[in-house]
Ligand binder design. Structure first.
Ligand code: 4AD
Length: 465
């Protein structure tokens, strides 16, 4: 039987000294010793660490393969695992056969230097996953996605696939990408307006900004549900924490109030951070060393500490008393800006903060009105360095109050007839939230720009590939 390929992660974890292995991967570096052999560092993406291959000069293919194994080429090596006398690795593969699968011209391969700037790497999104940083980000995204599903599945939540194309605007902010098959060169018009009856769906359609409204439908039938999918926002925000396409985790729970919602959000974050510490250790140590040397300590502290809980009004009072100026003036009714969020969790409390009960005029129509008539049962979770990572609320479950709020916010109740009907037929208190997956990955990796925690970032003016 021919030798099966082994993944490097497995060899480094449990490889047997003296056993033969076949590996396939990409050359990170090659060094030729005068003593008559070459060291090839090979990486196959299964883990951060490379496998060191020793290729002796007396291999028949030494000149034709080994000496042409330049950085970046794909390679197959069969060899015997041995203890490594050198520093930096415990084992090495003594090559018996080396074969180049895909060659590289070293004069034109862009990933030559050891370290490249993040800006440069963004221009080569097709090659950047071959760097340590982007390989580690991809593995962490994978592991944390698994953690999120595990968290909800262990608690009996049902995973719902909410639509990508919708006819509604959940957040009511009008920041939507339109979906159309109309010919932009010859848009059909009726009475001076675009005639959407000629469009694919016979009405305006857009990419979803959130799966919440559809998740509510399923929560009011199945109890506890969640969605985890891509969401799209056409907001023109060129910041280090905004993307036009990002992934959101959205649980929705029937018979659950704001208290239960806050408790779930805190449990989810702590679970995921502990998971990262337990399952992504090698990649975290890398980020701790090269990106942010307080990372692991911060994750451990967040898992241990309670989150600080306060109302919006209390938060505004703390900001008003802060001994420093803010760009955006602090007054009741204002939106809490990024600078305020960071002051609260990095300086005032030095831990994650949950803010509840926001003024109704700065929050969407679906949030439950408090008895004061001025605030809604909203909650935002803020974390150091990132700011808002979760936004959610208890939902307005009273038909009349919801109808009134829609009118106040100039939304056409007819557009949301089904959403209103849910409040007519077996309505129930229910709550949910949205966790921005890329902001979560920023917090876990310490990477400061959101464009570096998603494989293919979409931002204003950037959709090249
Ligand atoms: O606060 P948001 O807008 O909440 C909602 O969309 C609700 N419908 C969610 C719900 O209750 N089911 O967004 C939720 C989170 C934010 O806290 C943030 O982490 C992330 O989504 N987010 C973004 N992440 C990257 N780029 C953007 N443009 C983002 N906008 C929001």
């Amino acid at each position: 039987m021919s030798l099966q390929r082994s993944k490097i992660a497995k060899i480094l974890r449990e490889g047997k000294i003296g056993a033969r292995y076949k590996v396939m991967g990409w050359v990170r570096t090659r060094r030729d010793s005068k003593a008559g052999f070459s060291f090839i560092e090979i990486n196959d993406g299964s883990c951060l660490n490379n496998l060191q291959v020793i290729a002796e000069k007396d291999l028949p293919e030494y000149e034709t393969e080994v000496l042409k194994a330049h950085t970046g080429c794909s390679l197959r090596v069969v060899g015997v695992l041995a203890e490594s006398p050198g520093k930096g690795q415990n084992v090495e593969l003594r090559a018996q056969e080396v074969k180049i699968i895909g060659p590289v011209d070293p004069l034109v391969y862009p990933l030559q230097k050891k370290r490249h700037s993040f800006e440069f790497l963004r221009t080569i999104a097709h090659l950047r996953p071959r760097t340590n940083t982007f390989g580690a980000v991809a593995r962490i995204r994978n592991s944390i996605s698994y953690a999120i599903h595990t968290f909800f599945q262990e608690r009996g939540f049902i995973y719902i696939h909410t639509p990508i194309i919708t006819g509604n605007d959940c957040e009511g902010a009008g920041e939507m990408f339109q979906v159309t098959t109309l010919d932009l060169e010859a848009i059909p018009k009726k009475d001076g307006q675009v005639d959407f009856s000629m469009d694919f769906f016979g009405q305006p359609a857009n990419l979803t900004v959130s799966g919440q409204l559809e998740a509510e439908i399923y929560a009011l039938a199945l109890g506890d549900v969640y969605t985890f999918g891509p969401t799209f926002r056409a907001e023109n925000s060129n910041t280090s924490r905004h993307l036009a396409e990002f992934w959101m985790v959205e649980p929705e729970m029937a018979f659950c109030d704001l208290e239960g919602n806050v408790a779930l959000a805190v449990d989810l974050l702590k679970y995921v951070f502990q998971w990262a510490l337990d399952h992504c250790q090698e990649d975290l140590v890398f980020f701790n060393r090269f990106v942010d040397n307080t990372l692991v300590q911060r994750l451990e502290k967040v898992v241990e500490d309670d989150f600080q809980r306060l109302t919006y009004t209390e938060a505004v009072n703390i900001l008003a008393e802060a001994d420093r100026p803010f760009e955006f003036p602090v007054e009741w009714g204002m939106d809490i800006q990024s600078e305020h969020e960071r002051y609260l969790c990095e300086e005032a409390f030095q831990k994650p903060v949950v803010i509840v009960d926001y003024p109704k005029q700065i929050k969407p129509f679906y949030m439950k009105l408090n008895e004061d008539g001025k605030t809604v049962r909203a909650m935002d979770v803020l974390v150091p360095r990132i700011g808002e990572i979760i936004g959610g609320s208890e939902r307005e479950d009273r038909y009349d109050v919801l109808l009134e709020r829609m009118k106040e916010m100039q939304l056409d109740p007819e557009d949301y007839w089904w959403y209103l009907e849910l409040r007519k037929f077996g309505s129930a208190p229910h709550s949910g939230f949205g966790l921005g997956f890329e902001r979560l990955i920023q917090f876990i990796t310490g990477l400061s720009n959101i464009r570096d925690v998603i494989p293919f970032p979409r931002t204003p003016g950037n959709v090249s590939f």
